[in-house]
Design a protein around this ligand. Structure first.
Ligand code: ADP
Ligand code: MG
Length: 393
């Protein structure tokens, strides 16, 4: 059903407009955002759409095609835990706008998320950024006008996710959704928030970027994400730096020795902590290399970096899982230039850089091996760098 019709049937009037924001997939630079590091996401062609209209009573009513129920809340009542569930991602946005000093009132909103939910492709940021785009335009806040304003909206949407939805994520997802542009990857420096557009002419290169959604669900996800964050913070503190970004690859041996001298840092063995540090530091270096090889059009080398990133996430950071290891290895054995898990890990999605003529072979093999291993059949789809958030209609 058309989103405008859906809005009219739910709220008994016409929306004032339709806005949308993309999900993202990170090419490389995983678990680096909360370490002040570098990441390299693209905006996906898959987007979340929001039809919206103002209300004059400072209330938010929101419904999603994916969840059906209408959630209603007074803007003054929004806070951590209120409303609960999925609606927190939407309600967090007007809350965070107000916290940042923007005069925003109530709204009716219908959402339609075309980004697969919970697959590591950032349907949550797509939802927040679509709502943010709508509220910015409806209330004349100008937060889509240019990159400087879009950065403000990134912070707002990130606070919505951190403080109201209670997910302690870095700002990569919202940055990709609001700042990425079609045909480019977004080099994101999480230390100072600066960005650079890196051309990614995947079609011209006769390549396909395949997203492989393993459909694996592991209960560990949230706890392990928080645990990795804490490990990185503890390691940085033990090494006397504000964040792991300050450690260079050449310093890794010294850093490991220093962590060893500390013995156990709050219950974690220094050996484990040194591996966590090594992942973050080498991964940041790989992002720099990836940008250089993309600018040179060296796709074979980009694939090699994907594979090296996966190995580091699997063995040093320990956030992969058997399903992700299987599909990445299978993609490579069928001719992909490289493959890696993407997103937080423990399930979710992987990406593979595949010569166009081999896509079918790669897809068939990884599905067959996943089924043979007793895993869910992975869903695969080709993606390309799409545009950032904006008004559609
Ligand atoms: P990801 O962002 O990788 O898709 P998250 O766990 O961060 O995974 O976010 C998924 C959650 O976001 C869903 O469980 C749901 O609560 C919320 N969400 C995202 N998109 C929608 C949508 N279109 N409708 C309702 N809830 C949504
Ligand atoms: Mg998310």
């Amino acid at each position: 059903m058309q989103l405008r019709t859906h809005f009219a049937e739910t709220f008994g009037r016409a929306p004032e407009g339709v806005w949308s924001a993309p999900g993202r997939v990170n090419l490389i630079g995983e678990h680096t955002d909360y370490n002040d590091g570098l990441a390299l996401p693209i905006a996906l062609p898959q987007r979340t759409y929001a039809a919206a209209a103002r209300r004059d009573d400072d209330r938010l009513r929101v419904r999603s095609v994916q969840t059906v129920e209408v959630v209603e809340v007074a803007l003054d009542d929004i806070g951590p835990g209120t409303p609960g569930g999925w609606a927190a991602y939407a309600a967090g946005v007007p809350w965070a706008l107000r916290e940042a000093g923007y005069a925003v009132g109530g709204a009716d909103v219908i959402l339609d998320g075309r980004v697969p939910l919970g697959s590591g492709l950032s349907s949550s940021a797509a939802l927040e950024c679509a709502v943010g785009a709508a509220l910015s335009d409806l209330y004349g806040l100008g937060l889509l006008a240019d990159d400087a304003n879009r950065r403000r909206l990134v912070e707002v949407c990130r606070r919505a996710e951190n403080d109201i939805a209670g997910a302690p994520t870095g700002g990569m997802d919202q940055s990709a959704s609001l700042l990425a542009t079609a045909g480019h990857a977004l080099l994101l420096d999480c230390r100072d928030g600066t960005t650079e557009q890196v051309p990614f002419p995947i079609d011209e290169a006769e390549l396909t970027l395949l997203v492989i959604d393993t459909r694996a669900e592991h209960a560990l996800v949230d706890g392990q994400y928080a645990a990795r964050r804490t490990s990185c913070e503890r390691a940085a503190a033990a090494l006397g730096v504000p964040s792991l970004r300050e450690i260079e690859p050449a310093d890794l041996t010294t850093a490991a020795t220093r962590l060893g001298a500390e013995g156990h840092v709050e219950g974690e063995s220094s050996e484990v902590l040194a591996r966590r540090v090594r992942h973050v530091v080498t991964e940041i270096a790989r992002v720099r290399e990836a940008v250089a090889v993309m600018r040179a059009g060296d796709w074979v080398e980009l694939g090699r970096l994907f594979t090296a990133s996966h190995a580091s996430l699997r063995t040093d950071f320990e956030v992969s899982c058997p399903e992700l290891d299987l599909v990445t290895a299978a993609a490579e054995s069928a001719g992909a230039l490289g493959a890696r898990m993407t997103g937080g890990g423990f399930g979710g999605s992987a990406i593979a850089l595949v010569p166009k003529e081999l896509v079918e072979r790669v897809t068939e093999l990884l599905k067959r091996l996943a089924i043979d291993a007793g895993f869910p059949e992975p869903a695969t789809f080709a993606v390309y760098p799409g545009p950032g958030a904006g008004r559609d209609d």
